[in-house]
Design a protein around this ligand. Structure first.
Ligand code: CA
Length: 334
């Protein structure tokens, strides 16, 4: 159903100059509202000649750095200071965000596993389809802001994937460096099917993602990294004048090699032994899983399988078999 036109309509005109605050009207018939509509916020800022950037946040409803930072951006950025067009969606999965959850309570939709979506699918699938069929084709650059949500916490980072096209790879890497997060990561996804990332890359767009913190909260530090990163991206693409502001310490271009991910092999209480951002050696214990219902049982130790930086760590204490507990990253060889 991807070739059908979207049933979603916009209250703004993407071709008009100036700053427009509006909504996408997503039909949502339900018990409490037979002819109901979900109003998804959208902002378009357009002026002069220049590239179009599609900037999405709240793809997962419990990841807050992106939404907070883009709300600040659309308030401070004046149309006359922009060259090109910036289309911003602060809460791609608004129903999930209202529920303080990663996925939508309406249809159990995980937005970032729903692309390219369906014109006549569930609410989540329809939103994904609109982004894919209407907004993405307008864009030269697509930026989708993520962080760890309830279950994970990350060293703030801008993220890309290994790309088959060397030129696009280099241009994406340059954008990551301009963003200026503590880590710039070339990430190997566990499963890239249905992701906004994959849809944008398949369409040939320059695509940048992030993992900006997590724990279903924001901190002054993670917001500062995000605010500066977005300003820097707009400057990097010459949509706003001036040079990107360099970070206090140069960003580290890193990768996730084989054996970077460690998962729990047991249900239990996770005791991390390493702080986020610390360097570890292969074999070093990263944490232990304790058995609260079997106090006499020896905890299971989870050891690093490679040397690296502890880039991502599980947040919640209670852990189930198969949960990601830690991700290690290594500096990209020069
Ligand atoms: Ca996410």
């Amino acid at each position: 159903m991807t070739d059908e036109p979207s049933r979603i309509t916009a209250t703004i005109d993407y071709g008009a100059d100036g700053k427009q605050f509006g909504h996408l009207l997503v039909p949502h018939s339900r018990n409490e509202s037979a002819w109901g509509t979900l109003l998804l916020p959208i902002v378009c800022i357009k002026n002069g000649q220049g590239p179009t950037m599609l900037l999405t946040a709240g793809n997962h409803g419990d990841e807050y750095e992106g939404p907070v930072s883009v709300l600040k951006l659309v308030q401070r950025l004046r149309a006359e200071d922009l060259q090109g067009r910036l289309i911003v969606m602060p809460a791609l999965n608004l129903p999930a965000m209202r529920a303080n959850a990663r996925i939508s309570p309406i249809d159990n939709g995980n937005m970032n596993r729903s692309f390219p979506g369906h014109a006549r699918g569930t609410v989540t699938q329809r939103i994904a389809h609109y982004v894919w069929s209407v907004l993405m084709p307008l864009a030269d650059v697509v930026v989708d802001l993520h962080s760890g949500g309830h279950s994970l916490n990350f060293v703030p980072s801008a993220v890309m994937h290994e790309l088959p096209d060397a030129d696009r790879m280099a241009r994406t890497q340059a954008a990551l460096e301009a963003f200026g997060a503590p880590v710039s990561l070339i990430l190997e996804e566990l499963d890239a099917v249905g992701m906004l990332d994959t849809a944008a890359e398949d369409m040939g767009k320059l695509f940048i993602s992030t993992e900006l913190g997590g724990g279903a909260m924001v901190t002054p530090e993670t917001i500062a990294v995000t605010d500066r990163g977005l300003d820097n991206l707009l400057k990097h693409f010459e949509m706003v004048s001036g040079a990107p502001t360099p970070p206090e310490r140069p960003t580290r271009m890193m990768t996730t090699p084989d054996n970077a991910f460690s998962m729990s092999m047991a249900d239990g209480l996770y005791e991390p032994l390493v702080e986020l951002g610390e360097e570890v050696r292969a074999g070093q214990p990263l944490g232990r899983v304790h058995f609260v219902e079997e106090p006499d049982r020896t905890p299971v130790e989870v050891a690093a399988r490679i040397d690296g930086l502890l880039y991502c760590r599980r947040v919640q204490g209670y852990t189930r078999r198969g949960d990601t507990l830690a991700v290690l990253t290594q500096d990209l060889p020069n």
